[in-house]
Design a protein around this ligand. Structure first.
Ligand SMILES: [Zn+2]
Length: 220
């Protein structure tokens, strides 16, 4: 890859990252500058900077680190949740990570150890979504708790904090985040009806869905 091609890869990844970060705010998954987004570009990880409103980010603001967290591009400080993002890349096949403080998901994180499997889209995230125990934001302890909760999953909740989802692309990581928030809202809605308890899907039903989803591909 030439230097020009490498630069083009980074520029394109940054544009996509900024667009995704703006989407998390526009679609109500975060408020202000909370939450953060990252994406791989070659051997680099591009991340949203700490404390800058997403609508003010320009191509000159590109922030990139290596997989050890050393900053290699940009003057702005990377997000304080950098350890969490790096842990996802080290432990999974992720190419992009979205972290939000989505309100229904965060509410659920304070109520249960696992999001009850109320909808078949549970299988699209690898199975019932776990809640990682609480730890201080930005800490290695939180990153380790998240990694355990992500075992065989593409998303998890962070107790009293928010969501983490990853994917092969920013769009996929974003869509998984939105699905998770929607399922949390669904469960809260159904479980708040007085005197009634929502029905849940069995392991066998989720396995069946998982097999069907894997068979889908482009021919759907
Ligand atoms: Zn956070």
């Amino acid at each position: 890859m030439t230097d020009a091609e490498r630069q083009e890869t980074i520029d394109r990844a940054w544009r996509d990252l900024v667009a995704t970060a703006r989407r998390t705010a526009a679609e109500g998954l975060v408020v202000g500058t909370s939450g953060n987004v990252s994406v791989r570009a070659g051997d680099l990880v591009l991340v949203t900077p700490s404390g800058v409103p997403y609508d003010r980010l320009t191509p000159e603001d590109t922030v990139a680190v290596d997989l050890d967290g050393h900053q290699v591009l940009g003057d702005l400080r990377p997000t304080s949740e950098l350890p969490l993002h790096l842990e996802v890349y080290r432990g999974t096949s992720a190419r992009a990570v979205v972290h939000t403080h989505a309100v229904h998901a965060t509410a659920v994180s304070t109520l249960v150890p696992t999001l009850p499997p109320i909808h078949y889209m549970t299988a699209a995230l690898g199975g019932p979504v776990r809640v990682a125990p609480y730890a201080l934001y930005g800490s290695d302890e939180l990153a380790a708790a998240m990694r355990a909760a992500l075992e065989d999953r593409t998303a998890c909740l962070l107790r009293n904090h928010g969501t983490v989802a990853y994917g092969d692309t920013l769009d996929q990581a974003y869509d998984r985040t939105a699905q998770l928030e929607w399922m949390c809202r669904l469960w809260l809605t159904a479980s708040s009806v007085p005197g009634r308890t929502p029905t849940l899907l069995s392991d066998a039903q989720l396995t069946e869905v998982g097999e069907k989803l894997r068979g889908y591909g482009q021919g759907r």
